[in-house]
Each structure stands twice: as structure tokens, then as C-alpha cells.
Design a protein around this ligand. Structure first.
Ligand SMILES: Cc1cc2nc3c(=O)[nH]c(=O)nc-3n(C[C@H](O)[C@H](O)[C@H](O)COP(=O)(O)OP(=O)(O)OC[C@H]3O[C@@H](n4cnc5c(N)ncnc54)[C@H](O)[C@@H]3O)c2cc1C
Length: 397
């Protein structure tokens, strides 16, 4: 990528991180794809890079590098293995961002240094058997009893759910009002009695990343473990989704990039009809479209990440970045496999793996349908605000 959109420090980070990940993690990724085991050691390997603490303030042991760096890191992890990228991102972004922004001083001092060092792992628990896109419809409840909340319910498809030491669990604390005013986020520890990891789902792709089914049966959570305002959990989850979507965009760009590079190389080597297949427009125009889409997705991702770093709301921009990047990952993996022909459908190349991994991306972290809904809502809202602004201007001036 030409680096005109990155400053010198970011460009240097990108090159060094790409080299580090290739050198230190390629073997692990290949092995995990075959064995489907959870790659816990990756957290230890990444520890010296500071990447696990990108979103953690320095006073809590992090590197505090921010969303641009976190999304560049997500791209490199996605290019290595979207599955391993998800395991790491679920802890260092999905769990960590709300903890760093809404956690109490005591919570942050206790938890965040362990996450930054890769000693402990986190996850975020929003989705339930009967609630996916409609987050406000959640059924998991927490009832106040003295100094505790008693948590009951089920969460499903939780990345890292069976491995995590810490969970950020969202539950309804006031069922009499809308979830916007009656949901609370809780820091739950896996050692708390009543927590059960009932199974990991058998996934189509993303081998090694574990999507768990979790049960909470009368789990006594001390009130000190509330994260953010009591009954203000909906705000916490909405705030988290902007960075989650920006990070998934990064992973999707990486997930597209590796098969794209494989297809470009293969097309210059494979000879049919006495010439390399790159000479056929049926192939090379696919390459052109893939290249454009990957670069465009990266620009959308960087815009969203920079807005987050500036403390601005990025709901529309993060949704656009995720939507475009995940659809790019799916079209690029499809076309890369097509360029490889029959050998692409085998495990001789890992293009088929990236095609399976890409398929999750338009589902997790907000489906493409929900993102289109959010994007149009924001576009119409901005349009109405502009109209109002120009009416006020003309009536006052
Ligand atoms: C491997 C994996 C890992 C995951 N990791 C996590 C995690 O760590 N933490 C977590 O909390 N969750 C996680 N999820 C859950 C994920 O975020 C949800 O699957 C996702 O939000 C969609 O919810 P759902 O599966 O219940 O689908 P539904 O919400 O039931 O949707 C089904 C279909 O209906 C469509 N639909 C629904 N509502 C509308 C609407 N209003 N307009 C148009 N179409 C609509 C959807 O787009 C989709 O196509 C993970 C999921 C998977 C598969």
C-alpha cells in the first residue's frame, strides 16, 4: 500500500508488524488450521510487541496507540489467520475497549495490565439463543440482592467464551423499562460459581477460534463489578460496536489481501493456451477489481479509525468500513479461488481457508443487513440536520 494516508510512525509500525507476524506466527497459524485447537500461546508471543495493549492507557500497562494502530494490527492478523485475529481481537479490543472507557479505576488497575501482558484473556457476551441483531431484546437478567447482582441467562457464539478469564456480560437490570435504560454491563470472572461453559460450536471456518455457549445460573456478581453506569449498559455496548466494526474491517482487509496476493502470483505462473493466464482479461480484470476494492476498504477503515482516535462518533463510518470490507473479503476470496481454478478448491493453497473464514464476517459484529439499516438511518439524519441548518440560516440571515 502506498503510505500517503499513514504518518511515518504508522507506516513503520505496519512494516515491522507484518514482518513480526509472518516470522513468529505463520507456523502456529498453519498448525491451528489443521488441529482446530485454541491458540493461547499467541497472546504470549504478541506480548513484547505491545499490540495487546493498543487500546489500554499507559498508566494501566498499555501502549495506548489507539484505533488506527489497532486496525492496522487487525489487518495484519487477518492476513495471517482471521481466526487467530478474532481470538486476539475479542480480548484486546471487544473486551478491552469498554473496560478502558467505562471501567472503574480499581477494575482497570486490576484487569487491564494482565490483558496487556497477555496473561489473561477477555471476551464480550452480548448474543443469546433468541437475541442476535435485536440487542435490546436480550433476556439475560441480573437482579439486585444486597451488595450483589444475581445473574441468570445464556449467551451463545461467544468468541473466547470457554477460554476467557474475564467476561463482559450484558444483562437486563430493570425489566420495567426499555433496555436502553434498563441494561447493565458486568465484569464476570470464570471462577464465579454458577458460570458454565456448555459447548463450543462446530464452525464452518475460523478453525481455532472458539465460539462458545455459556450459561449463568445464579452467578453472584458483586456490585463493584458493574462496568459503566448502572442501567447504562446499552450505551456501553453501542460505544463498543464502533471500534469492533472498524477492527473487523481491518481483519477483512487482511483476509482479502492474502488470497489476492496468491492469485496475482499464480496468474503470472499458470500457463494455458501458451500464455500465462494473467494475459486474459477474464483474469486480469478480476485482479483489477480486487485491488481497487481492497484499497478502498482500507481507506474507509482508516477514516473510521481516525475519527475514533479523535474522540468523534463513528457509527456511520465504522458501519461503512465494515460493510464494504467484509463484502470485499467475500468477493476477493471467491475470485482468488476462481483464478486458481481446481487447485484453489484443494488444501494445496490456503485460499479455500480464507474463503471459509470470510463468510463469518458479514454476520458477526452486526450483519450486513443491519449495517445497511444503520448507514441509511445516519445518511437521512444528516440530511435532515443539514436541511434544518440551512432553513435556520435563511430565516436569520
Ligand atoms: C463465530 C461467531 C463468533 C461470534 N462472536 C461473538 C462474540 O464474541 N460475542 C457476541 O456477543 N456475539 C458473537 N457472535 C454473534 C454475532 O454477533 C451474531 O451472530 C450476529 O449479531 C447476528 O445475530 P444472529 O446470529 O442471532 O442472527 P439474527 O439476528 O437472528 O439474524 C438472522 C438474519 O436476519 C437478518 N435480520 C435480522 N434483523 C433484521 C432487520 N431488522 N432487517 C433486515 N434483516 C434483519 C440478519 O441480517 C440475518 O441475515 C458471534 C457469531 C459467530 C457465528
Amino acid at each position: 500500500m502506498s503510505n500517503v494516508f499513514l504518518n511515518d510512525e504508522e507506516a513503520k509500525y505496519q512494516v515491522e508488524t507484518r514482518d513480526f507476524i509472518k516470522r513468529e506466527l505463520t507456523g502456529v497459524a498453519e498448525e491451528i488450521e489443521k488441529t482446530d485447537r485454541y491458540p493461547r500461546e499467541v497472546f504470549k508471543i504478541l506480548r513484547p510487541t505491545g499490540n495487546l495493549g493498543c487500546l489500554i492507557p499507559k498508566e494501566y500497562g498499555g501502549s495506548n496507540q489507539g484505533a488506527v494502530i489497532a486496525s492496522l494490527f487487525a489487518e495484519e492478523m487477518g492476513a495471517l489467520s482471521p481466526a487467530i485475529g478474532m481470538c486476539v481481537g475479542a480480548s484486546s479490543v471487544l473486551f478491552t475497549w469498554p473496560m478502558a472507557r467505562f471501567g472503574s479505576k480499581q477494575q482497570k488497575a486490576r484487569i487491564l495490565p494482565q490483558i496487556a501482558r497477555g496473561e489473561k484473556i477477555g471476551c464480550i457476551c452480548i448474543t443469546e439463543p433468541n437475541v442476535g441483531s435485536d440487542v435490546a431484546g436480550m433476556k439475560t437478567s441480573a437482579k439486585k440482592e444486597g451488595d450483589y447482582y444475581v445473574l441468570n441467562g445464556e449467551k451463545r457464539f461467544i468468541t473466547n467464551g470457554g477460554e476467557a478469564d474475564y467476561m463482559l456480560v450484558f444483562a437486563i437490570t430493570n425489566p420495567k423499562v426499555h433496555a436502553h435504560q434498563g441494561m447493565t454491563a458486568f465484569l464476570v470472572e470464570k471462577t464465579m460459581p454458577g458460570f458454565k461453559h456448555t459447548k463450543d460450536y462446530d464452525l464452518m471456518g475460523n478453525r481455532g477460534s472458539k465460539a462458545a455457549h455459556l450459561r449463568f445460573e445464579d452467578v453472584k456478581v458483586p456490585k463493584e463489578n458493574i462496568v459503566g453506569p448502572e442501567h447504562g449498559g446499552f450505551l456501553v455496548v453501542m460505544d463498543e460496536l464502533d471500534i469492533e466494526r472498524t477492527m473487523i474491517a481491518g481483519q477483512a482487509i487482511g483476509c482479502a489481501r492474502t488470497p489476492f496476493e496468491a492469485a496475482v502470483k499464480y496468474s503470472t505462473e499458470r500457463v494455458q493456451f501458451d500464455q500465462t493466464i494473467s494475459r486474459f482479461e477474464g483474469v486480469s480484470f478480476k485482479v483489477a477489481d480486487m485491488g481497487v476494492a481492497i484499497d478502498a476498504a482500507r481507506l474507509l477503515m482508516l477514516r473510521a479509525a481516525r475519527m475514533i482516535d479523535k474522540g468523534r462518533s463513528a457509527t456511520k463510518e465504522a458501519s461503512m468500513a465494515k460493510l464494504f470490507a467484509v463484502e470485499t473479503a467475500n468477493s476477493v476470496t471467491y475470485n482468488a479461488l476462481q483464478i486458481l481454478g481446481g487447485i484453489g478448491y484443494t488444501k494445496e493453497y490456503n485460499v479455500e481457508q480464507f474463503a471459509r473464514d470470510a463468510r463469518l464476517m458479514p454476520i458477526g459484529g452486526g450483519t450486513s443487513e443491519i449495517l445497511r439499516y444503520l448507514i441509511q438511518r445516519e445518511i437521512y439524519r444528516e440530511f435532515k440536520e443539514e436541511q434544518k441548518g440551512s432553513e435556520t440560516k435563511s430565516s436569520t440571515g
